[in-house]
Design a protein around this ligand. Structure first.
Ligand code: URA
Length: 450
């Protein structure tokens, strides 16, 4: 077997065998296949696609490229959750404490942000003292003790994905269903949970831009998880604008805490609750959606989920006082407001109006606004500013008046703030006419839908 022949086979649209896919994955992971050949292979996959069998072989080869975490020491059905990536997505920080407060063990490995999307690990590092890297023994002990731990992925968990993802990121081969499914599911399978709930994002801030593509990705991942013996459910949710009001690491932690106090933004709460419900059912703690909804609601209203957040932060070395008193968090030095009038000036049809409707958002651009402010990584080595970001006051479909505060941008550099405001204004468009709001939850895919 040689790499050149396999690149040509895929380039010509033929299906690869399991042996051939294992050869490519292992060859690249152990350095025998160079970046230029792997790049050509990924581009061939991008254009020719992979069938379901090939995608499953790719996932398994990537999952087997490193350690598989052994969670057998944790009592109960372990349920993991994964989002395909978006802007303002802080649901893990909400769902984790809700589930743990209901006695469901959540042993979660999360990633950092890259490009326009944020990552849970960066957000948690906004809490003073919080340790995102603890030993496997501590991780297991903490989940047994308080039912929740969230840590960064260990270096040897699906190392093939780390290498391939970094290459995809610079060769324009990220947004392909087979490559995304294999990337996510290889990590989830290696991370050892019994059941997996996937939040598949769709819209301008997601890798999948249409509901049909999101459905295909959801079905592919549910099929792979099911075949591997893990109950897998995918919820398709909207990413045509940031989720919730906050974008930026510390701002998002604060918003997650507000949600745990029952005071969060409606769409963010809805997504967090539905994910919690499906995780609860997968863990065998609720018979149906109605029972799950009741349990989740009680966990929030009773304060149990909020208390669990404090316990979780304390257990991982963070200062729980910050969770109790959100005003303690460090803030950016400067801020600039975006008014309704600022936005109206951008759209000819709305320039002379007193009110207009927020019609569309290039959400990937909003992620880039946060990055411009210093809140995201331009390269993997970039040091990020955890205090900067965006606080939204309005959402798509809302009626905007001239004096309304549509958003406040926070930064530590005045020039960057000015650039960010410019970019923010260009990311939104207004309409003089009333606009229907997008649904927040499009569909739920289970193995029965395959
Ligand atoms: N998230 C991942 O982990 N991998 C992808 O390919 C896309 C999103």
């Amino acid at each position: 077997m040689n790499t050149y022949d396999l690149i040509m086979k895929k380039r010509n649209g033929l299906a690869l065998t399991e042996e051939e896919i294992v050869y490519i994955v292992n060859g690249y992971t152990n350095g025998k296949i160079p970046d230029y050949q792997m790049s050509a292979f990924l581009m061939a996959v991008y254009f020719q696609g992979m069938n379901y069998e090939e995608t499953t072989f790719l996932t398994m080869a990537m999952a087997d490229s490193g350690d598989r975490l052994d969670l057998s020491g944790i009592k109960g059905i372990k349920v993991d959750k994964h989002s395909t990536g978006g802007v303002g997505d802080k649901t893990s920080l909400i769902v984790g404490p809700i589930l743990a407060s209901l006695d469901v063990p959540v042993a979660k490995m999360s990633g950092r942000g890259l490009g326009h999307t944020g990552g849970t690990i960066d957000k948690l590092e906004g809490i003073p003292g919080f340790q995102t890297s603890i030993s496997e023994e501590q991780f297991v002990a903490q989940v047994n003790d308080i039912r929740l731990s969230i840590v960064g992925q260990t270096a040897n968990l699906a190392p093939a994905d780390k290498l391939i993802y970094a290459l995809r990121d610079v060769t324009a081969t990220v947004d392909n269903v087979s490559l995304i499914a294999a990337s996510i599911m290889s990590k989830k399978l290696a991370a050892g949970a019994d059941a997996i709930v996937l939040d598949v994002k769709v819209g301008t801030g997601a890798f999948m831009k249409t509901v049909d593509d999101a459905k295909l990705l959801a079905k592919t991942m549910v099929a792979i998880g099911t075949k591997a013996g893990r109950q897998t459910i995918a919820v398709i949710t909207d990413m045509n604008e940031p989720l919730g009001n906050a974008v930026g690491n510390i701002l998002e932690v604060k918003e997650a805490v507000e949600c745990l106090r029952g005071q969060g933004e409606e769409r963010l709460l809805k997504v967090s609750k539905i994910l919690s419900c499906y995780m609860l059912m997968a863990a065998g703690k609720a018979e149906d959606l109605e029972e799950a909804e009741q349990l989740v609601e009680n966990a929030i209203q009773s304060g149990a989920a909020f208390q669990k957040m404090k316990e979780f932060v304390g257990a991982q070395g963070g200062n729980p006082e910050y969770i109790e008193h959100l005003e303690k968090f460090e803030r950016a030095k400067y801020s600039v407001a975006v008014s309704g009038r600022d936005l109206m000036e951008q759209t000819d049809a709305c320039k002379n109006l007193e009110t207009a409707y927020l019609a569309a958002c290039n959400n990937q651009e909003i992620g880039m606004v946060s990055l411009t402010l210093g809140g995201g990584r331009e390269t993997k080595e970039s040091v990020i500013d955890l205090t900067v970001g965006i606080q939204l006051g309005k959402h798509l479909g809302d009626c905007i008046k001239e004096d309304d505060c549509v958003a406040i941008l926070y930064g530590n550099d005045k020039q960057r703030l000015a650039n960010a405001k410019e970019r923010f204004l260009n990311a939104y468009s207004l309409s003089p006419n009333k606009i229907e709001k997008n649904p927040i939850i499009y569909e739920v895919i289970t193995e029965n839908d395959l």
